[in-house]
Each structure stands twice: as structure tokens, then as C-alpha cells.
Design a binder for this molecule. Sequence first.
Ligand SMILES: NC(=O)c1ccc[n+]([C@@H]2O[C@H](COP(=O)([O-])OP(=O)(O)OC[C@H]3O[C@@H](n4cnc5c(N)ncnc54)[C@H](OP(=O)(O)O)[C@@H]3O)[C@@H](O)[C@H]2O)c1
Length: 327
Amino acid sequence: MAEGRFTNPVVASLAGVKDFFAKQELASRFSDNDRADDMTVLITGANSGLGFALAVEFAKRGARVIMAGRSKIPEKLSGSDTVEMHYLDLSKIDTIHHFAQSLADQAIQIDICILNAATALPGSRQTASGQDEMFLVNYLSNVILTQDLLSKSVLRVKGTSPISKIIFISSDSHQGATYIDYDEFGTYFEYGVSKGISNYSYFKLVLNTYATELSRRINTNGIQLSINVICPGPVASNIVKEAPWLLRMTLKGIFRIVFKSPSKAARPVVYLALSPDYEGTTNEYLHMFNPKKMDPKVYESEEGEKLWERSMDLLKVIDEDHKVFVS
Ligand SMILES: NC(=O)c1ccc[n+]([C@@H]2O[C@H](COP(=O)([O-])OP(=O)(O)OC[C@H]3O[C@@H](n4cnc5c(N)ncnc54)[C@H](OP(=O)(O)O)[C@@H]3O)[C@@H](O)[C@H]2O)c1
């Protein structure tokens, strides 16, 4: 059975406390001079938490920001007329294609694509397409979206200077998760809080394995698309909003005292996206401001290949509009 590093939400949050006090190797390199003028930045899950803080930060740095999310917020809140809200519900496959098509129809080209949206549910929930919601939102929707944006040239590969970038927002809690379990893969079954917490970190391992395999497949002949992964560290966000009341209050208490504000947590992500230090790089991983290796399983090429094949096989069955950009 697939298992993530944590099964207890309080223990998982307390691991974040350690991160809060961790030394930040590259923090001094974060600079207000790294601008995003003339760049278009897409952020999923941009209506709240880290995603919202990133949208504000990129807008301040001069970018056109495409905020994608399932709940609308007033555009004027950003203080910028270059910020747009787009509807995207990653638990509904048709909205992913609709979103990608609408960007293509407007001839929008993305320079920086930040795949930030994720959910932490207290248990299983089945989507209309028949998958577990956390599996779809936290993993598979990112495959559908990246393949569709690449197929429609909303995300450009090669020929641009500087090259386009995808940043996967992950979690260091993926370290130590089990190998991907293909008996469970894409299959819906019922579970509760412990397995939910375990799946959250396990799906981040699955996501990181996809990011690594995508980079491997696209960047066969030099770096044509920068695909990096980051864990922002502990963020005092809304991520536990669906937890049962008592657990939610406990976690919110921990968040308030020792987790970082979303705007502070956004800093290493902005650094990774804009700093010359990471220009033209791929398959790098930052844990906040600390360069690090992901779990060793993420880099195993047989694992990446198997995940790719199984994901594409599943999509053939559940998504009639599925596009494959790289085979
Ligand atoms: N919080 C932490 O301590 C922590 C630590 C490490 C990594 N991270 C990662 O950081 C990222 C941002 O999380 P956060 O902490 O900022 O939590 P958050 O405030 O809950 O943000 C998550 C975002 O994802 C969106 N989302 C969830 N389900 C969606 C769906 N079906 N379709 C579209 N959007 C959906 C949420 O939208 P709604 O508001 O509509 O639900 C929200 O905008 C996540 O990838 C998370 O795994 C967080």
C-alpha cells in the first residue's frame, strides 16, 4: 500500500516547526531587483495562501499575472490592472481543457507557470470522473494541464531567451514516501484522516516524479524548458480548512505561532522563478532557500517511465480530450 511520510496531521505540522527555524542558505540572494516586466506568470490556486501571495509579488514586480482558481476574488485587490482571474477547477477535467483553450484563444503565452494548487482533505472524496479528489487535484490535473498548455503552445519550448519555466510547488514531506503503488493508482477507494495525510505527502512524491520525467523527456537536447520543484516550507494558509473542527483549531494554532506568512513563504518561490542563479536550469529542487535532493526514488528513470505510461493510459480512459505533447 502507498504510504507518505506522515499519517498524523499534528506530527506533520510539528515537522514544519523544524523548518521554520532551519537555516536559509540562499535567502540573502532574494532581491527586489529581480523584475518580471514583460513576463506573463500563471499561478494555479491563486485565490488563497501561497498562490495569492505569489500573485501579488509578481504583479508588484511588473508581470502580467494570470490567477487561476475555482473561487473568484476582486481583481482590484491586487492593485494592478495587469492581473486577471480565470476559472479553473482542477477536480473537473473539462474545466482544465476549457481553461487551456481560453488562454490559447487569447494567444496568451506563459513565461512562468507556477503549479501551486493542492488540497489536503480529511478523507477520500470521489470526483465526477471517478478518481479520488486529492489524486486528481494534487497530481493528475497537473499532468493534464501541462500537456495541454504545451500542446497548445501556451507554454513554449525552446527558441525563447530566457526560456520558459514551470515550477511545481511541492512539499518536503514527500521524502520517505513509498514507491508508487500501481494497484492503487487512479483507483477510488474510501479512507479517513490518517490515509488522507499520508496521501498528501505521497502524491507530492508522485508529482515530483512526473516533474522529473517531464524534464527528462523534454530536455533531451539541452535545456528547452526549465522545470523545477520547490517546497515553500510551512505556510500559515488555509490548507487545513476541511479538517474536522478540533483538529483544524489545533493545526491553525500551530500555524499561527510558528508557520510563515504566505508572503514570506513566497520569497524562495520568487527567487527560484526570477533569480539569474536559476536561469536555464532544470530538475532542481529547493526546500525553501536550501538547494537539496528530492527523495531518491523521484530520480529513478524506470519509476519515471512507469509513472508516465500509467498516467497516459489512465488519461486515455477518463479524458477524451487528453493531449500528449511529449511521448
Ligand atoms: N501550508 C503549508 O504548510 C505547505 C507546506 C508545504 C507545501 N505547501 C504547498 O503549497 C501550495 C499552496 O498551499 P497553501 O498552503 O497556500 O494552501 P491554500 O491556501 O489552501 O491554497 C491552496 C490553493 O489550491 C486551490 N485548490 C484546491 N483545490 C482546488 C481545485 N479543485 N481546483 C483549483 N484550485 C484548487 C485552493 O483553492 P480554494 O480556496 O478554492 O480551495 C487554494 O487556492 C500547495 O501545493 C501545498 O501543498 C503548503
